[in-house]
Structure formats: structure tokens, C-alpha cells
Design a protein around this ligand. Structure first.
Ligand code: ADP
Ligand code: ZN
Ligand code: ZN
Length: 731
């Protein structure tokens, strides 16, 4: 027999399927194997098996080893991999990585077994009597086992000595068994099941998803309208039919909370997949899904590749969220993959949001998606009221703190009443930039064309693009002047300024720096929800989903931050972010308030956001997109050319541009824009970057393939070429 094998090497130039022979009948599609490759033996995955080969037999080498009996990939995963590889323009090896936990590929983590010792004799008393008088330890050990039952070998050896344990085993008085130990994440997390009776609207939503002929349903429901209960009910109905489900949330930070709800309802049937778990935990959770021991996968975007079979349902909560589009290769869109996967399985896809993406809402409007609305909050509480603070006036009044006078007044009142507040600022660190007041020099990263952010906690300067860390300077590196100015406020500074204003208040900070470990998110959220702190300061991590009943005030420090990016999505992102952050306030008994600080109080997006007016926001946004020919009416395509050698990058860019110009000239009617330029981020991680930017007719796969093929042939050892379609981040 012959197998088509993809080898796991990280080389863009090797994207081939290699053939090997085998006789082991356990090898099948999806099996992980070891094969000879060049002078080395490396790991690969079988993606096809066949009886004949076109190559002469002496050219084909045999598979050396089958790594584990259960094929790691299902046949469906192999199909999905081909789909990702074709639609995201990446190599098969790169696509493959989405399907296997990295620790498995590197072979670093193995299944863990625990050795247990168990009695193997009936009449314990006569057995003990039959032992020599001096065998005290053995006697004690037998008595212990008789009383306590099966116990771990390690523990018994520590208590009674390894020789005693080994003797009773050799004498056959006890036997040893190996049992697989599951490393289960978030053991503490489980909850009493909340029994709710669905409201008529929720019940309607559930039935509508089940009964519609359409694959995809969009649930448009304000925060607190009970979407989560709808999801849980749908999952229950799915697994009752013997099928499996995947539940996606936008942030790793939100998985524990969702896991808690799933566990309280479905117990060990739920498994969590995300990068914050320890390698062992991830490995075990992954295999529980692969073996069918767990039927519900929960995680952030990559969990869409969960190895479940017989898929019945995929739920994407907060479907508009930017994190569902991967920002590094393979740049897949989670919704696209989910649509492909649910169609393949004749399953249902549910997208939920209070602020659907413009793309999804348009599809619902046009009838491609089944549209379901949940317009009311369960507790009938009104949404919090929003007040705008005009920061231009504050500055004119000489207020140069990050807080407007309205926010300070509200904060004081909130704390006086013993309530909690959330302060939102989408900038971590202490200050965004460090500038010399003498010569104006801005500290920059040595490998990127990016200014460095000052992190006071460890007195460092960090590059937020490549992660490089430098020591904070005491004098300007250009002119030696000790006079340094901090530009742009970050969360660290907000905390220290707040602490000055409210010395008694307990303040927590949640951003990427304080949540490095997996308990990080959980620990901070847990403390805050137990009211161990009065104020939570955070980046967009705190914007999503969390439910804090005692929060009555939300302050948004810089509502404009994302508004003025030159990205066509900036209006949409701002609307979504503001609505979500505002939704954190007044979730329970007390009415909520939001103070939104801005330098452009008349901006229409902000106006729609403070009135929770999604429909009018959508109308405006979609007409702008149509008039300016941006997605969903076109696809934005970028071919990015990068190299450590600037001349090489530039030279290749010219070749690529000329090649693509040919395509452009033949397809003028399909192009709305075609241009070549430096990338906005001119240098990243020591690589110089150029781009050919295009806007073309939407969903024209043939044209996209042509563009990719035209560009891809110029890649080389020195020059990387990649293609992105509708990327979230065109830096
Ligand atoms: P969403 O996901 O839309 O923000 P949730 O599902 O979290 O809303 O619901 C908000 C709150 O209302 C939660 O505390 C939830 O337990 C409660 N809830 C949801 N549905 C019901 C119901 N049918 N009866 C009573 N309480 C409900
Ligand atoms: Zn200077
Ligand atoms: Zn850098």
C-alpha cells in the first residue's frame, strides 16, 4: 500500500505531498507516522492511502513507524485542512498545525499514567499471619490497603518504603495497574446548575435555529437578552441526538466563565481547548474530544478545528469580534471555516451578537442567514445611560489628567455608595511613547519601525509589535538630555493616577501584562466579582462578556482611540467596542451609567453608540461601504513582500507588481483599486515590508487564486511573500 504524507517542516518552499509505502494495516488517513526525509527521520501525517503508485518501487521509501493507533486527524479534518490551505493561501504543513496541539507535534507531551496498587488476596488476616514476624512494614501496608482500597504506588512507597510495596507485589498479594491520568484544567470551576425556563422569545429562537432550512442563524440580541441560555439549550438538544458541538468565545479570558456554565450542565462532556492551558492539559482535553469522551468543545477561534466527529452545532458568540480572524498565517476567518464545516456535516451554525458585523447583518438582511432577534433584556433593566465628556473643553479648562470632571464626580459617587466601577482604556503600559524634551527624539524598537511603550512595573521599554524588551532609559539616547516626557496614557498610569485621587480604593488592572499566566484572567475577574476591589482598569479584555452585578459605572477614557485609524472597519470597531464596554454597567439591581470621554463628541458613530442604535449605525455604515467600494462589496487583497535586505524586498516588489499589473489589465472591470507602496509598518522584526494593495470584486476565488499564483512565484529564501484577504490589521 502507498500513503500520501505531509511532512511537518516549516519551509514555505516545501509544500509537497510525499509518497511512502507501508504494510501495517493500522495506518490510515489521519495517522501520524515517522518517515525518512533526506538524511533525517521526521514526523508526517497520512492524508491519503492508495493501492498503486506512479513512481518506480525503488524510489519509494517505507513508513518507519506509526506514532499512535488512533489516527490523530479525522477524515473530515483532512478535508478542512485542504480547505484552509486553498482559501488562506498557506502550505499544507502550516494548515496542518491548526489541527494538532503543538505539544503533540513536537512529541514533548505524552499520556500520563499513574501506577496503582490493589489487594489481590481474599482472607487478609490469614495472609498477614502467614508473613514473617519481621515483615512489619508489609503487614502495615496490607492493612492499609485493606482499609483504604486501591492507592497510588508513589504514595505507598513514601509511606511504607518501596521494598515493602515491591515484596507484596512479587508475592502476588497485591497487583499493580496503570491508569491514565487526565490533566483537567480549571478543576475548581463548576457551578450549581441554574434552572431557567426559557422565555417565549428564547424558546422561539431555539426552535427557529433547529427548524430553519438555512445552515446559519444570526441571533441579534442586546447584552443580557439571554443568548447564552439559548446556546446552552441548543447544545443540550444537539448532544441528546448523539451529535457533538463546538462553542466559541472571542477571548481566552471568557472561556473559564463559559466552561463553568457548560460544566454545570454537561459535566465532563465539555472539554476546553486554548493556548493558555498547560501543555499536558491541552493534550488530554484534545484527546478526550478525539476519543469521543467529551462531546462539547469550548475555546477561542482555534477550537473551530476541534477533533470532534459527527458535528451537529457550532456556536460563535460575539460573532463580530475581530479575534475571529487570525492575524498571523494561516489567516483564516473562523466564520468561513465554521460555515464550511457545518455544511459538510449538515450541522447548524449560530452566530450571536448585540452588534453584528456589517457583513453578517447584510447577509441576514438579504436572507442568506436565518435572522432571530432578542430585543429585550431578561431583567427588563434599561441599558445604562451614557454621558459624553468633551475632552477639548476639559483641556481648555486646564485639566490635564486622564479623567474629565464628570467622570471624577460619578466615580466619587459610585465609590461612596459602595458600588464598583470599570475604567476602560485600550492601551497597556504606562505611556505609549517616551520622548526627549530637548531634541524630540522618540525611543524606537531596534528591529521595527515602531515607538516603544514604557512599562513602569519593570522599568522597561517594550515593543508591542515584536515583543522586544529594553531597559528604561535615564537619559535620551540621542542627545543625552535627562529630560524625558511621557506621551499617551496607558493602563498602568491610569491606575497610579486613580490611586492618587482615591487612596482608599482597591484597584485591579487587567491587560495582557497582568494576565500572562492562565489563572491570570481568572484570578483578576474572580477577585473583582467577589468585590475584593472597587475599580477594575483594563484594556478591551474587560469589554467582553463579563457579568459583574455590582458595577454601576463604566468610564471610557478615550472613545476616539480606534476611530481615527485609516482602516475601513474603524467606525464599526468603535461602535462595537463602545456598546460592549457600556454593557458592563448596571447588569443587576442598580441602574448603570457610562461616561464616554472623547475629542469628537459630534461624531455620528459615537452618537449611534450612545443611543444603542445599531440599526441606524448599520444603515449609515453599509451605505458608506457601498459608495466607497469596501467590503462586503469588495475584497481587500494585500500581497505583502518582506525581506531583511531592503533592496531585495524592493526588487521583488517590482517583479510582483509588474506581474499583477498584467492580471489587472486583463480584469479592469473587477478591480476598484490597484496600487503598490511601502507597508504602513515599514520595518517589522528586522524585515523591510512592501505591499501591493487591491480591492476586487467580492468572492471571486478564481481571481484571488490567479493573484496568489502570480505573486507566489517570486518568493525565495530571502524574500517572504504572503497574501491576505480582508485582513483585520493591515499594518
Ligand atoms: P446574554 O448572553 O444575551 O448577554 P445571558 O444569557 O447571559 O445574556 O443572560 C443574562 C442573565 O439573564 C443571566 O444572568 C441569565 O442567567 C439570566 N437569564 C437568561 N435567561 C433567563 C430566563 N429564561 N429566566 C431567568 N433568567 C434568565
Ligand atoms: Zn534628546
Ligand atoms: Zn519591535
Amino acid at each position: 500500500m502507498f500513503a500520501d504524507v505531509i511532512v511537518d517542516i516549516n519551509n514555505a518552499e516545501v509544500d509537497k505531498i510525499f509518497e511512502y509505502s507501508f504494510s501495517d494495516c493500522q495506518i490510515s488517513i489521519g495517522s501520524r507516522v515517522v518517515v525518512p526525509f533526506g538524511r533525517k527521520n521526521i514526523e508526517g501525517i497520512v492524508i491519503g492511502v492508495k493501492n498503486d503508485s506512479e513512481y518506480p518501487p525503488e524510489k519509494i521509501k517505507p513508513i518507519l513507524k506509526l506514532i499512535e493507533q488512533t489516527p490523530a486527524l479525522t477524515e473530515e479534518s483532512v478535508k478542512l485542512m485542504n480547505y484552509v490551505c486553498k482559501t488562506c493561501y498557506v502550505t499544507r504543513a502550516a494548515a496542518l498545525r491548526l489541527f494538532l496541539p503543538s505539544e503533540m507535534r513536537k512529541g514533548k507531551v505524552k499520556e500520563q499514567f499513574v501506577r496503582y496498587v490493589e489487594l489481590n488476596c481474599n482472607d487478609i488476616q490469614s495472609t498477614i499471619n502467614s508473613l514473617r514476624k519481621t515483615a512489619v512494614k508489609q503487614k502495615e501496608l496490607l492493612e492499609y490497603l485493606n482499609e483504604k482500597g486501591k492507592s497510588s504506588f508513589t504514595m505507598l512507597s513514601e509511606k511504607f518504603g518501596a521494598s515493602a510495596v515491591n515484596s507484596i507485589v512479587t508475592k502476588n498479594l497485591a497487583k499493580i495497574s496503570n491508569e491514565k491520568k487526565l490533566r483537567s484544567p480549571y478543576k475548581k470551576l463548576s457551578d450549581e446548575r441554574k434552572h431557567v425556563v426559557l422565555t417565549p422569545k428564547q424558546a422561539f429562537a431555539v426552535n427557529s435555529v433547529i427548524n430553519t432550512e438555512k445552515t446559519t442563524s444570526l441571533i441579534f440580541g442586546v447584552t443580557g437578552s439571554g443568548k447564552t441560555e439559548v446556546y446552552l439549550d441548543l447544545i443540550e438538544k444537539t448532544i441528546c441526538k448523539g451529535k457533538t458541538a463546538i462553542m466559541l468565545v472571542p477571548e481566552i479570558a471568557l472561556t473559564p466563565q463559559m466552561l463553568k456554565q457548560l460544566r454545570s450542565r454537561f459535566g465532563d462532556d465539555a472539554a476546553i481547548l486554548h493556548s493558555g492551558l498547560s501543555a499536558g492539559e491541552r493534550f488530554d482535553e484534545w484527546w478526550r474530544l478525539r476519543n469521543g469522551q467529551a462531546r462539547i468543545a469550548i475555546g477561542a477561534r482555534s477550537a473551530i478545528f476541534a477533533p470532534v466527529e459527527n458535528l451537529g452545532l457550532v456556536i460563535i458568540d460575539e460573532e463580530h469580534d475581530g479575534s475571529y480572524t487570525s492575524e498571523s498565517a494561516p489567516r483564516y476567518s473562523t466564520i468561513d471555516v465554521a460555515e464550511y464545516r457545518t455544511k459538510l456535516n449538515d450541522a447548524k451554525l449560530v452566530l450571536g451578537s448585540a452588534t453584528p458585523s456589517v457583513e453578517s447583518f447584510l447577509k441576514a438582511e438579504q436572507g442568506e442567514y436565518n435572522f432571530i432577534e432578542l430585543p429585550d433584556r431578561i431583567n427588563k433593566k434599561p441599558l445604562p445611560t451614557v454621558e459624553i465628556a468633551d475632552m477639548r473643553k476639559e483641556i481648555r479648562r486646564g485639566n490635564n489628567t486622564p479623567f474629565s470632571s464628570i467622570l471624577k464626580a460619578e466615580l466619587t459617587e459610585c465609590l461612596d455608595e459602595g458600588n464598583q466601577a470599570i475604567i476602560f482604556l485600550n492601551q497597556r503600559g504606562y505611556s505609549k511613547t517616551v520622548i526627549c524634551t530637548e531634541c524630540g527624539h522618540v525611543q524606537k524598537c531596534q528591529s521595527c519601525d515602531v515607538s516603544l511603550t514604557y512599562h513602569k512595573e519593570d522599568e522597561s521599554l517594550l515593543c508591542h509589535y515584536c515583543g522586544a524588551k529594553y531597559k528604561m532609559i535615564s537619559a535620551c539616547t540621542e542627545c543625552g538630555s535627562p529630560f524625558i516626557r511621557y506621551g499617551g496614557t496607558g493602563t498602568e498610569k491610569v491606575v497610579s493616577e486613580l490611586q492618587k485621587l482615591y487612596p482608599q480604593a482597591k484597584i485591579l488592572r487587567m491587560d495582557r501584562d497582568t494576565t500572562q499566566n492562565k489563572e491570570g484572567h481568572f484570578g483578576i475577574l474572580d477577585k473583582f466579582s467577589k468585590r475584593e476591589a472597587d475599580i477594575l482598569v483594563g484594556t478591551q479584555m474587560i469589554a467582553k462578556g463579563h457579568d459583574f452585578p455590582h458595577v454601576t459605572l463604566v468610564g471610557i477614557l478615550d472613545a476616539d482611540m480606534s476611530l481615527h485609524f485609516s482602516d475601513y472597519r474603524s467606525g464599526e470597531r468603535t461602535f462595537q467596542l463602545l456598546t460592549q464596554v457600556a454593557g458592563r454597567s448596571g447588569r443587576a439591581e442598580s441602574a448603570g451609567k457610562v461616561v464616554l470621554q472623547t475629542y469628537s463628541p459630534d461624531n455620528s458613530v459615537l452618537r449611534y453608540a450612545i443611543n444603542y442604535d445599531y440599526l441606524n449605525f448599520f444603515k449609515q455604515e453599509i451605505s458608506i461601504r457601498k459608495a466607497t467600494a469596501f467590503p462586503p462589496f469588495t475584497d481587500v487583497v494585500r500581497v505583502l513582500i518582506s525581506s531583511e535586505i531592503d533592496e531585495k524586498a524592493l526588487e521583488t516588489t517590482k517583479f510582483v507588481y509588474d506581474e499583477l499589473t498584467l492580471i489587472y489589465n486583463l480584469n479592469r472591470n473587477k478591480f476598484r483599486f490597484f496600487g503598490c507602496m511601502k507597508a504602513p509598518l515599514k520595518r517589522l522584526q528586522n524585515k523591510f515590508r512592501y505591499q501591493v494593495l487591491m480591492r476586487v470584486t467580492a468572492n471571486d476565488r478564481k481571481l484571488l487564486d490567479e493573484i496568489f499564483a502570480g505573486a507566489d512565484k517570486y518568493k525565495s529564501r530571502l524574500v517572504t511573500i504572503s497574501m491576505e484577504v480582508n485582513s483585520n490589521n493591515l499594518t
